[in-house]
Design a protein around this ligand. Structure first.
Ligand SMILES: Nc1ncnc2c1ncn2[C@@H]1O[C@H](COP(=O)(O)OP(=O)(O)OP(=O)(O)O)[C@@H](O)[C@H]1O
Ligand SMILES: [Mg+2]
Length: 274
C-alpha cells in the first residue's frame, strides 16, 4: 500500500450510493454534488443515499466538508452542481416558499449551536413553532419546556445563552432542533465538547428519537464512541467524496486504509497528518 496523501486521490468513491430512479427513493438522494469556495474544492461529485428511518453517521477529518454537506441538503448552502432529492422532491429548483415548506420536515443542530443571544433559552427553542406552526403561546411554551427537559436543561428556560456553558448551549441547540417533531434531524457534532456522561445521554436521545418516532438522522461527528453507539451506517467523507460506507461492524473490521487511520487516530497514513 502506498501511504502518501497523493495516493488517496486514487481511492474510488464508495459503491452503491446511486439509484436508478432517485425520484422514487424513500429518503434522501445526494447525486454528484459539488461545492467550491473560490478555487477551493470542498465537495467533488459527492454521492450518498440516506434511506428513511436510518441513522447515518458521517465521519471525516476537520475541514473535509462535513458541515458543508449537511447545509447543502437543505440548501442553506447552494451546491455548484449535482442534485438532491428529498422523498422524491428535487430540491435544487424549488422556489423559496416551497423550500421553506420542505425545511419544516427538518431539525438542524448547528455545530456552534447558533442561539440568538438576546432571547432566553426557552424563546430560542420556541422560535420555530412561533414563526411556523400556528400553535398557541401555551402550547409552544409547554413543548419548549418538554424539549429542554429531554436534553437535561429543565432549569435553564429563563437563562440567556451567554449564561450557559458550551455543553449547555449545544443541548439547547438540540432542543431547538427537535421542537417541531421533525422527520429528519441533521446533527453537526452533537456530542463534541460535552462531558462523556452528557454525551452518552445525547446518544441515547438520538437513538430514542429514531426508535420511537422513526426519525431519520444524519449525524456528523468525530466521536467514534458515539458513532459506534448510534449508527446504522457510517460514511466517511474524504477529499470531497464519500470513500466508504458500512455498518458499525464493517467499519470496525475494514482494512480500508483511510477508515483505519481515522478510527485509530493515527497521524501516519493516506489521510496525512495536517
Ligand atoms: N461559507 C464558507 N465560505 C468559504 N469557505 C467555507 C465556507 N464554509 C466552509 N468553507 C470551507 O469549506 C471547507 C470545509 O468546511 P466544513 O466546515 O464543511 O468542514 P468540516 O468537515 O465540517 O470540519 P470540522 O470537522 O472542523 O467541523 C473548509 O476549508 C472551510 O474553510
Ligand atoms: Mg464541521
Amino acid at each position: 500500500m502506498n501511504a502518501s496523501p497523493e495516493a488517496a486521490y486514487n481511492i474510488p468513491p464508495a459503491p452503491g450510493q446511486r439509484v436508478d430512479d432517485p425520484a422514487s427513493f424513500a429518503g434522501i438522494v445526494i447525486e454528484g454534488v459539488s461545492k467550491n469556495f473560490g478555487s477551493k474544492m470542498v465537495l467533488d461529485k459527492t454521492d450518498l443515499l440516506i434511506p428513511k428511518g436510518e441513522t447515518l453517521v458521517v465521519i471525516g477529518r476537520s475541514g473535509e466538508g462535513k458541515s458543508v454537506l449537511l447545509k447543502s441538503i437543505v440548501r442553506l448552502l447552494e451546491s455548484d452542481e449535482g442534485r438532491i432529492w428529498i422523498e422524491g422532491t428535487l430540491i435544487n429548483e424549488l422556489s423559496r416558499s416551497r423550500l421553506m415548506e420542505l425545511r419544516k420536515m427538518f431539525g438542524f443542530l448547528f455545530q456552534g449551536a447558533a442561539l440568538f443571544d438576546s432571547m432566553t433559552v426557552c424563546e430560542n427553542v420556541g422560535l420555530m413553532p412561533k414563526e411556523h406552526s400556528g400553535w398557541s403561546e401555551e402550547r409552544i411554551y409547554a413543548r419548549a419546556c418538554e424539549c429542554l427537559a429531554m436534553v437535561g436543561l429543565e432549569n435553564a428556560e429563563t437563562k440567556l445563552p451567554s449564561e450557559l456553558s458550551g455543553g449547555m448551549k449545544k443541548r439547547a441547540g438540540l432542543a431547538r432542533a427537535i421542537v417541531m417533531e421533525p422527520e429528519y434531524i441533521l446533527y453537526d457534532e452533537p456530542t463534541t465538547g460535552l462531558d462523556p456522561i452528557t454525551g452518552d445521554a445525547i446518544n441515547e436521545l438520538i437513538v430514542k428519537l429514531q426508535k420511537s418516532l422513526g426519525v431519520t438522522s444524519i449525524v456528523v461527528t468525530h466521536d467514534m464512541a458515539s458513532a459506534f453507539k448510534i449508527a446504522d451506517r457510517i460514511a466517511m467523507l474524504s477529499r470531497g467524496r464519500i470513500v466508504f460506507t458500512g455498518t458499525v461492524d464493517e467499519v470496525k473490521n475494514t482494512d480500508h486504509p483511510m477508515v483505519r487511520q481515522f478510527i485509530e487516530g493515527n497521524a501516519h497514513g493516506p489521510l496525512g497528518a495536517f
